[in-house]
Design a protein around this ligand. Structure first.
Ligand code: FMN
Length: 179
């Protein structure tokens, strides 16, 4: 059992590319920290097995969740996630959909917080160009926003920086020490 479960959904595969970046980065931090699940073929109750969750969801159909997360959404209501830490990353197209950029981050952030989870991994909006996002609160993203449509070259750096932020906020230091 790894300390972190990463659950993602994808329609056209961009999120899967980013998930590979997460796997590579966590392998550099320490092997066996992360287990990856596609929410499209994983029971929602599996989320409860982990103390630390990374949730990945692109925004689709102008401000909506990706299809598999949309299907899972109501079942999230039945989870007790108290004591869990949740970090959310989203993919979106800031130039194509500037009024709903990465809205899914905000939709899921609200839902996970309502199930008792503590949200971590907030990031700056500096360097992005958009007009509105449900994923922004008090001037910060409630997670990590990525844009594979326009800035795939920035994703490795953004993922790497965020992973190290999570190592700190998830308090993974005990898992880094040699056995
Ligand atoms: C019809 C359509 C609607 C979209 N709506 C949004 C949106 O509202 N906000 C946003 O940030 N991105 C939006 N996107 C962009 C996708 O989120 C982006 O392409 C993402 O990388 C797709 O991830 P996936 O390949 O993992 O499904 C939309 C794309 C399409 C084709």
């Amino acid at each position: 059992m790894t300390p972190i479960g990463l659950f993602y959904g994808t329609d056209t595969g961009f999120t899967e590319i980013v998930v590979k970046l997460f796997q590579e980065e966590f392998d550099l931090v320490a092997p066996h920290l992360l287990t990856v699940h596609n929410i499209g073929d994983t029971p929602v109750t599996t989320l409860q097995q982990y103390d630390h969750l990374i949730i990945g969801c692109p925004t689709w159909d102008i401000g909506q969740l990706q299809a598999d997360w949309d299907k899972a959404y109501n079942a999230l209501e039945r989870l007790d996630l108290s004591g869990k830490q949740v970090a959310i990353f989203g993919l979106g197209d800031q130039y194509g959909y500037p009024d709903s950029y990465c809205d899914a981050i905000g939709i899921l952030a609200k839902k996970f917080a309502s199930r008792g989870a503590t949200l971590v991994g907030f990031t700056s909006t500096d360097g992005y160009e958009f007009t509105h996002s449900e994923g922004v609160e008090n001037g910060r993203f409630l997670g990590l926003a990525l844009d594979e449509d326009n800035e795939s070259d920035k994703s490795p750096g953004r993922v790497s920086e965020w992973v190290w932020q999570l190592v700190d906020e998830f308090d993974l230091v005990p898992f880094l020490e040699p056995a």
